[in-house]
Design a protein around this ligand. Structure first.
Ligand code: PAF
Length: 295
């Protein structure tokens, strides 16, 4: 495994691989890796000749500066974990390697709307107006901005993302299509702890008490899935709200049952061919999200 920090050195390596007709799989991350990330790397390894994992805490996707400052930076332990699953290349650039000062300034002034398009305007329609998009203004622009840059740098054949960030996946698919980037997006199942909690880099920041109650989030989703054929959409929403309200440490940000493709909330099961239940909860100071495909 090699660790690279500069775009040019990464591209030199990948050019050699491409000339030898090797396929490239890509796993973009912000580090603080957990077994969920390692599953993405393993899947990439099984489908490609070379696997690149990027570790880059992307400043433009944080709408809360405090969150950006506190985000764990654990390159050394991340590298050790990536070695155990046979990752070929770690790409861990500095911010200046990815963004120009002008792009960062646009973000600081909160007029980032077109910064990520790099000359081409992208329209997510209603996709980024709901759920995470509604609660984290500018977040998906930042995600699309950095992923489009990383795709242009790495030029992978396939890129791997976890389904825990269900809406992020839809945004990335839309961005890839609109920019006509020749990358196949592969969605990988949510990896859960033994007690059901969806794996997330944020889990490590929970206190012992918060961690002990956190499985209520996934339990709520499992219950909703179990009851879906007996209850209406409105009843399922009430069930979820009531269940989260039983835990004083939790504050429900949203619980939504949405069309799995458009991500717009539905009022009746028949409104969607496939539906997903999505939840965001504030547990102490930590914000956790999870989801489950209902049908
Ligand atoms: O899911 C993440 O970790 C990030 O949003 C991503 C896709 C690496 C972009 O910074």
């Amino acid at each position: 495994m090699i660790s690279l920090h500069q775009v040019q050195e990464l591209q030199n390596q990948l050019n050699i691989a491409r000339k030898a007709n090797k396929t490239i799989g890509f796993v973009p991350t912000m580090g603080a890796l957990h077994p969920g990330h390692l599953e993405l790397v393993k899947k990439s390894k099984s489908e490609n000749d070379i696997t690149v994992c990027s570790i880059f805490v992307n400043p433009t996707q944080f709408n809360d500066l405090n969150d950006l400052k506190k985000y764990p930076r654990t390159l050394e332990s991340d590298s050790k974990l990536l070695e155990t699953v046979g990752c070929d290349i770690i790409f861990a650039p500095e911010v200046a390697e990815i963004y120009t000062e002008a792009e960062l300034e646009l973000k600081r002034q909160n007029i980032e709307d077109k910064a990520w398009t790099e000359g081409k305007e992208i329209n997510f329609g209603k996709l980024d107006k709901v759920m995470e998009g509604a609660h984290r203004p500018g977040h998906f622009n930042g995600v699309a901005q950095v992923v489009s840059k990383l795709f242009r740098i790495v030029q992978p054949d396939k890129a791997y993302f976890g389904q825990k960030d269900f809406q992020q996946l839809a945004i990335i698919r839309s961005m890839t299509k609109q920019l006509d980037l020749p990358v196949e997006i592969i969605a990988c199942p949510i990896v859960r702890e033994a007690d059901g909690l969806a794996m997330s880099s944020r889990n490590a920041r929970l206190t012992e008490k918060e961690r002990s109650v956190a499985p209520l989030i996934s339990q709520t989703l499992f219950k909703v899935k179990e009851m879906q054929s007996k209850f209406s959409v409105t009843e399922l929403k009430h069930l979820a709200e009531k269940q989260i309200a039983t835990e004083p440490l939790m504050q429900l940000e949203y619980f939504e049952i949405a069309d799995a493709e458009s991500l717009q909330g539905i009022n009746a099961h028949k409104e969607a061919k496939s539906a997903v239940a999505c939840i965001a909860v504030k547990l102490g100071s930590i914000r956790l999200i999870d989801n489950i495909v209902l049908y």
